[in-house]
Ligand binder design. Structure first.
Ligand code: C2G
Length: 674
């Protein structure tokens, strides 16, 4: 038996590489089947590709070279042949597949998309079923995934559909994952005029031509949901305003033509029902949200009233961590402006706790309150350290200064392969949000280069000034300030301070912005071992919803998660313990010891995020995997400092090189001209 696997491909060799990797174990070496992969490669040049800062689309030549290399390097085994075809001129998925059909000479044809992948044995199981039944069509089961192919792919999929009518309904009459007997009166061809939905008619016509269809429910195909619709949009993600209309037209025609067909008409009815249910549930959700959350009403008020009022050129809104505190670079830019420009500006601070102490004359507003809408709508300047809400309107002529909240260690946005966090639309969201930033602050040349790539953000708008939030670490009065903070927190002057500030885990969440955290430290044991010399400050990341329990640990462990400004905590800390948080880039400005407590290192590095720098050779302290190692390191902190001295200096040179205590001044002079 010979099976021709037709794969149309356009751009994104990493997708194709995953598909290839999955095909190898999808074929059992014992199969007495010849597989013939027909890869049809479309041209990239001449397509209406978006201009994206920080990213250049590959030329046709580059694309082809990448593919040739991949094909040459992939060892499919002796019973698999690969043929690559490069048609000229503009193609569509339909025309690429039709071309594939022309090259097919085997007993069965099989369509696969280059961005999808297969479960182990998937092809062999289809082939075995075809041999056993001699069916015209052998259809496998399918599921969807947000993640790339991995060798652990045999884990239970979330939503495998195994009935033909289910597959047709949920995968919109897909032409994928079925062996089709290669007879001209059965296979037919794809409608090349139908750019967006080439599968619908092809599959309906195919199914209408034969009753001899069997399911192979143990053979599984994974439809991969792309998370980067900016650089690699799927057909279904291309911005087309006529999409709905086209689809409705096709459904109508199909319903007319196949009114009496038992499977097709049932699948079409299910699609209509599902779409109606989805629309209804969306409307219900909106109504509920409108009633429950005033924010929708506020958005209307902003749109129809505030936006029509004049813009105030001297108003500045500052917002740090969604109004959770008065902190970060926003705080230090504010302090500098208040001191040097005084009443030339009106200062508005977004703080959720109205008792937050902020020196100077400020107007306080809660995050997403009606006042927030009023001031952010009318102010000329908005200084933020996180992403603004994605629906937020930016007025013509206003300035959004994005200070960002750390030098990146963990891979960000477009440098991430899979997105494991609570928001799967992360890449698309960040892209549209960052288009509204007029400036982005960077702490060092490394961040500048990374931000340009990971945000696809123009370098010309990045201000590489160093972080204003670290100015305090270079202030002349820093020891005085430290003394008063220690007193304020009730820490004895003779006690040394350890700050434990871990980050959040992408896969442990309650919902967007609300993450779980379990303290992996035995506080009782730490107290026994360390309390003669040290106290410990425990600080969770601002995304963490779980509270740390320090009951019974008074005088030793302090929960400082709600303390406004972590920079002030750095000032009083003798040792900083973190994991993958960017806090160590800032703390390093003090040249004090840093320990990395990384009990879940492999998972974090390989599965969740990946890092920009080599944690084994570049970071200014040891990687400690267990509590024993951590305690041992604290007892031997002087020898650790000695051991890491050279690496620390190198690290400081690279990442703290722009910090000198005057970053706020540089920002103020570049952005605020009154
Ligand atoms: N932070 C904090 N307490 C923690 C962790 C973080 O106050 N326990 C603050 C620090 O100012 C830190 C910032 O939040 O620099 C960002 O936190 P990260 O742990 O680095 O994580 P994330 O918010 O994902 O930002 O480019 C930086 C990245 O975006 C990381």
């Amino acid at each position: 038996m010979q099976i021709d696997i037709i794969i149309p491909h356009y751009t994104g060799t990493h997708f194709l590489s995953d598909a290839f990797k999955s095909i190898i174990p999808a074929i059992s070496p014992e199969d007495d089947v010849k597989y013939n992969i027909i890869l049809i490669v479309d041209n990239c040049e001449g397509k209406d590709l978006k201009d994206i800062p920080g990213y250049t689309h590959p030329t046709d030549e580059e694309n082809r070279n990448d593919i040739k290399k991949l094909v040459a390097e992939t060892d499919f085994g002796s019973h698999v042949n690969v043929k690559t075809v490069y048609p000229s001129g503009r193609q569509t998925v339909a025309s690429l597949r039709n071309l594939g059909l022309k090259h097919a000479s085997g007993d069965y044809v099989y369509f696969m998309d280059s961005d999808d992948y297969l479960y182990p044995q998937a092809l062999s199981l289809l082939a075995a079923k075809a041999r056993e039944t001699d069916a015209d069509i052998v259809h496998g089961a399918m599921c969807k995934s947000r993640y790339k192919y991995s060798t652990t792919v045999s884990a239970e999929p979330a939503n495998v559909s195994s009935e033909l009518v289910d597959v047709l309904c949920f995968y919109n009459f897909t032409a994928l994952h079925m062996l089709i007997k290669n007879k001209p009166d059965l296979v037919g061809s794809f409608d090349e005029k139908n750019e967006l939905y080439p599968d619908l008619f092809f599959t309906a016509e195919l199914i209408a031509r034969t009753d001899n269809i069997v399911m192979a429910t143990d053979s599984i195909y994974v439809k991969r949901l792309r998370n980067d619709s900016i650089r690699y949009p799927a057909l279904s993600q291309l911005a087309r305003s006529d999409r709905k209309e086209i689809l409705l037209g096709i459904y109508r025609r199909l319903s007319r033509n196949y009114k009496k067909h038992p499977v097709i008409s049932k699948a079409l009815k299910m699609i209509t029902k599902t779409n109606r249910a989805k629309r209804l549930s969306n409307i219900k959700k909106r109504i509920k949200a409108f009633i429950k959350k005033p924010i929708f009403l506020y958005r209307m008020i902003e749109k129809y009233i505030f936006r029509r009022m004049s813009m105030k050129d001297n108003w500045i809104v500052f917002e740090s961590f969604l109004g959770k505190n008065y902190s970060d670079s926003c705080k230090y830019i504010y302090k500098y402006l208040a001191c040097t420009r005084g009443p030339a500006y009106r200062y508005i601070w977004v703080v959720n706790d109205k008792n937050t102490r902020i020196p100077g004359r400020v107007t306080k507003v809660r995050y997403l309150s009606l006042k927030w809408f009023y001031y952010t709508s009318r102010a000329r300047y908005y200084v933020n350290n996180m992403r603004q809400p994605k629906w937020m309107h930016k007025r013509e002529g206003s300035t959004l200064l994005e200070t960002w909240h750390g030098t990146p260690l963990k891979k960000l946005v477009f440098d991430m392969d899979d997105v494991h966090s609570a928001t799967p639309s992360y890449k698309m969201d960040v892209y549209s949000q960052s288009r509204k930033w007029d400036y982005l602050i960077s702490d060092n040349p490394f961040s500048t280069e990374t931000f340009e790539r990971c945000f696809l953000y123009p370098k010309s708008k990045i201000l590489e000034t160093g972080y204003p939030r670290n100015d305090i670490l270079y202030a002349e009065e820093k020891d005085l300030v430290a003394g008063s903070i220690k007193r304020e927190l009730g820490i004895a002057a003779d006690k040394k301070v350890i700050l434990y500030a871990p980050t959040w885990r992408d896969d442990e969440y309650y919902g967007p912005g609300s993450y779980q955290f379990a303290l992996k430290l035995d506080l009782e044991r730490l107290r026994k071992e360390l309390s003669d010399e040290y106290v410990i400050l425990l600080r969770t990341h601002y995304f963490i919803a779980d509270a740390i329990d320090t009951q019974g640990m008074e005088g030793f462990a302090y929960n400082v998660s709600r303390y406004n400004d972590i920079a002030e905590l750095y000032l009083i800390s003798d040792i900083c313990i973190t994991d993958y948080s960017s806090v160590f880039f800032d703390f390093a400005n003090l040249k004090r010891p840093i320990l990395f407590y990384v009990y879940d290192f492999d998972k974090y590095k390989d599965e969740l995020r990946g890092f920009y720098i080599d944690m084994h050779t570049e970071i200014p302290g040891p990687l400690l995997y267990t509590e024993d190692e951590l305690i041992h390191a604290i007892h031997n902190i002087d020898s650790i400092s000695e051991e890491f001295a050279v690496r620390y200096d190198r690290f400081y040179e690279k990442f703290c090189c722009k910090s000198d205590g005057h970053s706020s001044a540089r920002i103020a002079n570049s952005v605020f001209h009154m």
